[in-house]
Design a protein around this ligand. Structure first.
Ligand SMILES: CCCC/C=C\CC(=O)SCCNC(=O)CCNC(=O)[C@H](O)C(C)(C)COP(=O)(O)OP(=O)(O)OC[C@H]1O[C@@H](n2cnc3c(N)ncnc32)[C@H](O)[C@@H]1OP(=O)(O)O
Length: 328
């Protein structure tokens, strides 16, 4: 985690658009985010690619912001699909190693990068469609809520065994912070209120509820759910395959990705000035409130997360997570 990672923008032509990717200068050579654009259709795809769980580190937050800004600076692009290279995890939220025994210089920088991610994504001139193929807990749910449209997998992929014994994969989404002994910051909690309404949000925040897809749809946390049973080859949609980065080419016949692609195409056809103006109507005041309290929010977060009792809870949570993962 402490390796210094430098985002590097590489461009190369691909089909009707151009592809760019962020690669790291670190030893692992990992591409944190892969971006592709189709200038003819006016849509782009931003694929999060930080194994194993797309958790949000300082560098990951910055890579998403830089990628989004690059797409925004292209006047031909109107919408973007936010997706994950991991078919079972959209994003596992904040990288918990940023929170446990944090370095005092890095902690405020990390929080600032998350605040910036919120400002850039929620306030983007682009219409952002979240293709939520897998789990989206905590800040993973926040990422999805900061988008303009959310499509979640209904699960049922990756089943093991057969017949009645088939083990179903059921992704979940929600702000589960209280389960880690922490609280979502006001701007994140308010996003939930804005998305699912006051009473549902009040209860979900207190309980740290993670919703399965059908519940998430019924309370409006996602706008649509879609099966991921890959369709026949004949259902492949023109343009989608080209937009998918090479690591996700097999997703071209995935109904969820197809639905996200259609939604992004629909957004791209709306007159941009009208669409952006209407977005500001609903989002501007929330963004202004957050900017006004940004420094206070950083100071509160750093003070809160470094408390002994909070650290104790986080350490226990991470240990439980690691030992669950080891038992697999
Ligand atoms: C103080 C105010 C801040 C408030 C704002 C936001 C708070 C947060 O976002 S905190 C992070 C909250 N996130 C979670 O609680 C999710 C934790 N993870 C999980 O529940 C599961 O990993 C998940 C359901 C996402 C996926 O389950 P599986 O498919 O079964 O995978 P594994 O559990 O085996 O995990 C694989 C691998 O990923 C590592 N991992 C998972 N989550 C995180 C994370 N948030 N940060 C860092 N690393 C994470 C996990 O340890 C496994 O790694 P290995 O042990 O190396 O295999």
């Amino acid at each position: 985690m402490n390796t210094v990672i430098r985002s590097q923008l590489l461009r190369f032509s691909v089909g009707r658009g151009q592809q760019f990717r962020f690669s790291t200068a670190a030893a692992n050579g990992n591409d944190l985010v892969i971006g592709t654009v189709d200038e003819t259709l006016g849509i782009a795809m931003l694929t999060m690619n930080r194994p194993p769980a797309n958790s949000l580190s300082l560098e990951m937050n910055e890579a998403i912001c830089t990628s989004l800004k690059t797409m925004e600076s292209n006047p031909k692009i109107q919408s973007v699909i936010l997706s994950s290279s991991n078919p079972k995890i959209f994003s596992a939220g904040l990288d918990v190693s940023e929170l446990v025994s944090p370095h005092p210089d890095r902690l405020p920088k990390f929080w600032n990068s998350l605040q910036q991610l919120y400002l850039d994504l929620y306030g983007s001139r682009l219409a952002v469609v979240a293709a939520i193929q897998g789990h989206a807990p905590a800040a993973g749910c926040f990422l999805a809520m900061a988008c303009d449209y959310r499509i979640m997998s209904s699960g049922d992929i990756g089943g093991e065994g057969g017949g009645d014994m088939k083990k179903r994969f059921v992704p979940t989404i929600g702000l589960n912070e209280t389960q880690l002994g922490i609280a979502a910051p006001p701007w994140m909690g308010q996003l939930l209120v804005r998305t699912i309404g006051f009473r549902q949000a009040e209860l979900a925040l207190a309980m740290g509820t993670l919703f399965p897809p059908d519940r998430a749809l019924s309370i409006g946390l996602v706008d649509a759910i879609e099966s991921e049973q890959h369709g026949a080859e004949s259902t492949i949609i023109e343009g989608l395959s080209e937009l998918l980065p090479s690591i996700s080419k097999d997703q071209a016949s995935n109904p969820l990705m197809q639905k996200a692609f259609k939604q992004a195409t629909t957004f791209a056809k709306i007159p941009p000035h009208a669409r952006v103006a209407s977005k500001l109507v609903t989002r501007q005041s929330h963004i202004h409130d957050m900017i006004a309290t940004r420094d206070e929010d950083t100071a509160h977060f750093c003070g809160f997360v470094t408390q002994e009792a909070v650290q104790k809870n986080l350490i226990a949570y991470v240990e439980a997570m690691k030992s669950k993962s080891k038992k697999k």
